[in-house]
Design a binder for this molecule. Structure first.
Ligand code: UDP
Length: 425
């Protein structure tokens, strides 16, 4: 059966709701990616339906983001937050709901782009039931994750098997950095088709406010040396390393040193527990006076935080991409990051920031100090970062690359599809 509307596509992200508030438990880069890719594809003429699961009864079933882009929340297990490691058993219900939705709408999607391994399984199952082109973005690889943690969850072997089957069988896998591609080839499979398309950032949202104006807005004095962390509270984000590095900084007794740790958390949940652990290390190291936890930074304030900072630190143990690094760079703020994964791709050492070994608090302290002690160099690094983002990392270019691949794959299986998506009137 041919779809009634030729250019309707589905982005599937069962666990990462594109319409959710970003910056707290299990809502981070993947949600931003799906949402921004969805918006950008819609601007290029695709009719984009983004599917996720409903995780609270208050959530609307459909969120219309624009004429061509909406989020659709399907019932999948109990309507409450369920951690990723416990979602797999509910996926058959997601598939059944997806099929019901298609039936009710009277069409079948011909192309889906799945996100994270759970959705890759959904896509592969759907492919058994209808003709379908599937693209996939991993966002994180089980093999990489499990090599770095000691408490391996029960679902691990399933995840690893699904990730391998996905790479070997779907129509195209999107790696967000050459480093992620290498990991896939080395650790997942030598078979399958991979395309490297980096993530993007909103160059019109970040970088429009100057440091002095941003500080005035946030009430931060001009002579403060401000170190910024932005992200979820998760042990693998390495916030502990950052705090210990600040304690070792030659500037630690500088009256104006300020460490800002931005990110949402919910008491009693895993992010709340990690936030409390970090706060106790801050107290133990005597850094309470110079550390603040502003909580989740929403859309309205986040550009000012990035712009106000002298340096943004991304101390993750691993990142397949790491959106925070390019958001800081877009805001003309240099980045000190762990020398891992996609951060090796986005941050150019000595040009847009510095890369140091993960978990090495002394190396982080040295790198942070180098930037804090040299404001002229900080500004040069910031300018180069902005340039790099403008050239290499916009959502527009991500969507253009995806459009090329989608169109090519659709044309291969459905020759009647025109070479370009129609721009909606
Ligand atoms: N973020 C936010 N507010 C916060 C903390 C994080 O909006 O308080 C956003 C941040 O701007 C970025 C995303 O969450 O867009 C985190 O993405 P990243 O790829 O750095 O990390 P992930 O969450 O995927 O591990």
């Amino acid at each position: 059966m041919l779809p009634t509307r030729k250019h309707r596509i589905a982005l599937i992200s069962v666990d990462g709701d594109p319409a959710a508030e970003i910056g707290q438990e299990e809502a981070g880069g993947q949600n931003v990616y799906v949402r921004q890719v969805g918006y950008a594809l819609a601007e290029q003429g695709w009719q984009v339906d983004m599917f996720t699961r409903q995780s609270s009864p208050e959530q609307a079933t459909i969120v219309q983001h624009g004429p061509l882009c909406r989020t659709i929340r399907l019932k999948t297990g109990p309507t409450e937050f369920i951690g990723r490691d416990h979602l797999f058993e509910h996926l058959p219900e997601f598939i059944a709901e997806f099929q019901t939705f298609q039936r009710e709408q009277g069409f079948q999607y011909r192309l889906i782009h799945t996100n994270y391994w759970l959705s890759s399984w959904v896509g592969m199952e759907l492919k058994k039931q209808q003709p379908l082109i599937q693209l996939h973005t991993y966002h994180s690889l089980g093999t990489v994750k499990y090599s770095a943690i000691s408490d391996i969850p029960a679902i691990a072997s399933k995840r690893i098997a699904v990730e391998k089957a996905c790479l070997e069988t779907v129509d195209r896998v999107v790696a967000t950095s050459p480093q992620e591609q290498q990991h896939m080839r080395r650790l997942v499979s030598t078979k399958g088709k991979i395309e490297v398309i980096p993530c993007g950032t909103d160059v019109d949202k970040f970088g429009l406010i100057q440091r002095s104006a941003a500080r005035q807005e946030l009430g931060i004095a001009p002579d403060v040396k401000m170190i910024l962390y932005v992200g979820r509270f998760d042990q693998r984000k390495g916030i502990e390393t950052l705090v210990r590095a600040v304690a070792k900084s030659s500037l630690r007794d500088h009256a104006n040193l300020q460490l800002v740790i931005g990110g949402g958390y919910r008491p009693g949940h895993s992010d709340g527990i990690e936030r409390d652990r970090i706060a106790s290390i801050v107290a133990e190291l005597g850094l309470e006076n110079c550390t603040t936890f502003p909580g989740r930074l929403d859309e309205a304030v986040i550009p000012s935080y990035y712009a106000a900072a002298d340096v943004c630190v991304v101390p993750s143990h691993y990142e397949p991409f790491g959106l925070v690094a390019i958001e800081a760079m877009a805001s003309q703020t240099p980045v000190v990051a762990s020398d891992v994964g996609g951060l090796q791709f986005t941050v150019v050492p000595e040009v847009t920031g510095l890369l140091v070994p993960p978990k090495d608090e002394v190396a982080f302290a040295t790198a942070i100090d180098r930037i804090l002690l040299n404001p002229n160099w900080r500004d040069q690094l910031g300018e180069a970062g902005r340039q790099r983002v403008e050239i290499a990392f916009s959502w527009y270019s991500v969507a253009s690359r995806l459009t090329q691949i989608y169109t090519h794959l659709l044309a291969q299986t459905m020759p009647s599809i025109e070479s370009k998506p129609q721009i909606a009137a």
